[in-house]
Design a protein around this ligand. Structure first.
Ligand code: BG6
Ligand code: MG
Length: 218
C-alpha cells in the first residue's frame, strides 16, 4: 500500500525548470557555446556540475573556470527565483498536496537542487511537506536512486511504499532504480518510461493517481 509520495520540485510543483533553462542559456550565450531549449530537455533533474559538463562538452576549461561558470549560472538562477510566491505553484499542485495530507499520505520533496529549500519557502509549502531531500543530501545524483531512497528513509517508509512524481527522464530512471512507482509529467519522449504519464498535475486527484497506478482505487 502506498504511504508516501516523493515530489520532484523544479518542473513538477513549480516552473523553475524554465528558470534553470534561462540561466544556462544566458551562460552558454556569454561563453559562445551552442545551447537551446531542446538541448536543455536532457538537463532536467541533472545536478549543476553535470549540467555544465554536458553543456561544455569537450571544450577545455580549467576547474577554476568551471567553478566560476557554475557560480555565475547559480547567480542568474537565484536572481530569478527571488520573486517566486505561492502563485508560482503549478496548477493542481496545492490541491494534490492538501488532499494527500488529508488522506494521511506522507509527502517528501526529492530535488537535485541546492536551492530547493529557498524555493519551497518562497512557494509557502514548507509546512505541507514531511521531509526534504535536496542537492546537499546525497553524493550520487539522478538517475542514481540515492536521493529518492534517502527521501523514503526520511519518511520512514520502504521504497515499495512510495510513488515518485517527476518531469525529468533522469528522475524517472532514478525512481525506477529505487524500486518505486513513478508518475511522469510531460511528453512521452521525456518521461515515457514512467508507470503513468500525465501532461501535468492539473485536475489530478489522489484517487485518479491510484486508479492509474493500480488500475483501481486502492
Ligand atoms: C534540478 C533541476 O532540480 O536541480 C536541474 O531540474 C538543476 O535543472 C538541478 O540543474 C541542480 O540545481 P541547483 O539549484 O543546485 O543548481
Ligand atoms: Mg524536475
Amino acid at each position: 500500500k502506498i504511504q508516501g509520495v516523493i515530489f520532484d520540485l523544479d518542473g513538477v510543483l513549480t516552473d523553475t525548470a524554465e528558470f534553470h533553462y534561462r540561466a544556462w542559456q544566458r551562460l552558454a550565450d556569454e561563453e559562445g557555446i551552442p545551447f537551446d531549449r531542446q538541448a536543455n530537455e536532457a538537463l532536467r533533474g541533472i545536478s549543476r556540475r553535470e549540467s555544465l559538463m554536458r553543456i561544455v562538452g569537450d571544450r577545455n576549461y580549467t576547474e577554476a573556470q568551471l567553478e566560476e561558470m557554475m557560480e555565475r549560472k547559480n547567480r542568474y538562477y537565484v536572481e530569478s527565483i527571488q520573486d517566486i510566491t505561492p502563485n508560482n505553484l503549478l496548477p493542481g499542485a496545492r490541491e494534490l498536496l492538501d488532499e494527500l495530507r488529508a488522506a494521511g499520505i506522507k509527502i517528501a520533496i526529492g530535488s537535485a537542487s541546492k536551492n530547493a529549500r529557498m524555493v519551497i519557502e518562497h512557494l509557502g509549502i514548507a509546512d505541507k511537506v514531511d521531509a526534504i531531500a535536496d542537492g546537499y543530501s546525497v553524493q550520487l545524483s539522478k538517475p542514481a536512486p540515492d536521493l529518492f531512497l534517502h527521501a523514503a528513509e526520511l519518511l520512514g517508509l520502504e521504497p515499495s511504499q512510495c510513488v515518485v512524481v517527476e518531469d525529468a527522464e533522469s528522475g524517472i530512471e532514478a525512481g525506477l532504480a529505487a524500486g518505486m512507482l513513478t508518475v511522469g509529467l510531460g511528453p512521452a519522449e521525456r518521461v515515457g518510461k514512467a508507470h503513468v504519464v500525465l501532461p501535468s498535475l492539473e485536475g489530478v486527484t489522489w484517487e485518479d493517481l491510484q486508479s492509474q497506478l493500480f488500475g483501481t482505487a486502492a
